[in-house]
Write a protein of this length. Structure first.
Ligand code: HEM
Length: 495
């Protein structure tokens, strides 16, 4: 909070008369003004009109995905020297601390939906660095359902409410997944034990995409981020979640806030997997394919830091609902990879923020840089606060205005061939099922039983046999035993 913000909130909380928005004292906040006793209400009752009008405008559009969430502030501390891989200033010294804001979320549910549901969880971290805010907008899973941004609106339409019934429909969900075999890995993950975390504190986070790190010498590396919970992984079974979602829809939000209030600050140990840039072309999997992991045997986890959450927001609307995170918010030494999903996201979030919060969303206290200041020549727009005063609003200028550095934030990536609607390239061991099968075979017998039961319970709700069969066939291709058991379980439920 800036000094002005603090002065303002102190003034608002001091005692004094109730006022209108323009600051005039209010005489009566109980009875609206009427023409005589029992007569109609007068338009001159400014307080009544102002209250009703403001109330009508309290909601802003909810996020089109990840609408339901909770956030907290904290600290990221560097625990290992990573300067051989990145020149990002906030990662430059062991022991260095950076303020963060983290927003957790579910994906499909609306703003008022329950927390304890089977759904990926968003894990969006804003690092307030001295070189600008760095946002890592990830999930609690290292992978995703699709690998091209052009499919995202279709995918999300199948997860949200059907235009005719107004409810989520098993037909739509399984139709899309059955026709999108690349989803098999993430669907196996989601219907496994980690599909319903017991709280936001008891789950891991991932950057999920591959990102570029570049060092002072200009060498580049491909990097994946992992945040391992220090609280231990805890999950809910489908039955436990159903009960909790009914009894306490706010379970995860409440758990996070109360833990921080008790001084039990949740933390995560942060790791990276690092791939030298020249190994990408010959790696056995396409390293930019979001439906795949890099097995730890190929690229081990290296610990780089600790993330702790230790401060609750004071106002949920101002700091959580209006928080904006963008995968395009990079800092020097960190940049995008050619992952087609990430590339689409670089556009989608800024666009969402301009629609949802407005063109000056970056000026709000939760969103603006805290360890530096933004110096742009952009001006005006709705709710512009005049922060630039009389400074020149163009560049170049002869009045000492901010100018470019001439140093790119990240390194160029070589490309070949002609433009076209190309599918992401496949590498030697790539197909849509290999890692889904590997994940299934890693599970214990009990885990497999729960996975099959969770999947079968949902597929059995599909109304058409061809849609159910196509969905089951993807799991069959991942592993013959997986497919056989699932088919039998679905048949038993469908009769
Ligand atoms: C191309 C695919 C995707 C598109 C087009 C997309 C688009 C969006 C949009 C429009 C929002 C709402 C933003 C807002 O209103 O503030 C959002 C939120 C979010 N997305 Fe995505 N998304 C995509 C894929 C992903 C993936 C792969 C992940 C994780 C690895 C992810 C994680 C999140 C998170 C965590 C949020 C909530 C951020 C917050 O807490 O404010 N999204 N996404």
């Amino acid at each position: 909070m800036s000094v002005q913000d603090e002065a303002l909130s102190a003034a608002i909380s001091t005692t004094g008369p109730l006022t209108t928005e323009s600051g005039a004292p209010v005489a009566d906040n109980q009875n609206s003004e009427t023409a005589g006793l029992g007569g109609p209400v007068l338009v001159q009752d400014q307080l009544l009109l102002e209250k009703l009008a403001h109330f009508n405008r309290e909601r802003i559009p909810e996020r089109v995905v990840h609408a339901r969430g909770a956030g907290a502030y904290g600290t990221f501390t560097v625990t290992a020297d990573v300067t051989r891989w990145t020149r990002a200033a906030f990662l430059s010294q062991v022991g260095k601390e950076t303020e963060v804001f983290l927003r957790f979320s579910t994906v499909a549910g609306n703003l008022g939906s329950a927390d304890a549901v089977r759904d990926p969880r968003g894990f969006a971290v804003k690092f307030y660095t001295e070189e600008g805010n760095y946002d890592l907008v990830g999930n609690n899973t290292p992978i995703f359902f699709i690998k091209d941004a052009i499919k995202f609106p279709d995918f999300i339409h199948t997860q949200k409410r059907d235009p005719y019934t107004g409810s989520q429909e098993a037909d739509n969900v399984w139709d899309f997944w059955g026709l999108s075999p690349e989803s098999t890995h993430q669907v196996t993950w989601l219907f496994g034990d980690r599909g319903i975390p017991a709280s936001y504190r008891h789950m891991d986070g991932f950057g999920s995409h591959t990102f570029q790190w570049t060092n002072e010498a200009g060498e580049s590396f491909w990097v994946k981020y992992h945040f391992k919970t220090d609280q231990g992984i805890r999950n809910l079974t489908a039955a436990e979640a159903e009960e909790l979602a009914g009894k306490d829809p706010d379970s995860h939000q409440r758990d996070l806030r109360e833990a921080i209030e008790r001084g039990e600050f949740p933390s995560w140990t942060v790791y990276v997997q690092v791939m030298p840039a020249d190994e990408a072309a010959s790696y056995r999997f396409n390293p930019f394919d979001l439906t795949k992991v890099w097995p730890h045997g190929d690229y081990p986890l290296t610990e780089i830091g600790k993330l702790e959450l230790n401060r609750n927001p004071e106002n949920v609307f101002a700091e959580v609902e209006q928080a904006i995170f963008s995968p395009a918010h990079f800092v020097p030494g960190i940049g995008p990879s050619p992952d087609k999903m990430l590339q689409g996201r670089l556009f989608a979030y800024g666009d969402a923020h301009r629609y949802r919060v407005g063109i000056n969303a970056d000026h709000l206290p939760v969103n603006r840089p805290h360890a530096t200041v933004a110096r742009t020549h952009s001006r005006d727009g709705f709710l512009y606060d005049g922060r630039h005063k009389g400074a020149k609003n163009y560049e170049p200028n002869s009045f000492g205005g901010p100018a470019q550095t001439d140093r790119p934030l990240w390194q160029p990536v070589a490309v070949t061939g002609a433009t076209g609607n190309h599918a992401a390239p496949t590498h030697a061991e790539d197909n849509d099922f290999v890692q889904a099968g590997n994940l299934y075979r890693l599970m214990t017998e009990e885990e497999k039983e729960r996975l099959i039961a969770n999947l079968a319970g949902f597929i059995a709700k599909v109304s058409r046999d061809d849609i159910a069969e196509r969905a089951i066939n993807n799991f069959r291709q991942a592993d013959a035993d997986y497919g056989k058991r699932l088919e039998a379980a679905v048949q038993a439920l469908r009769g």
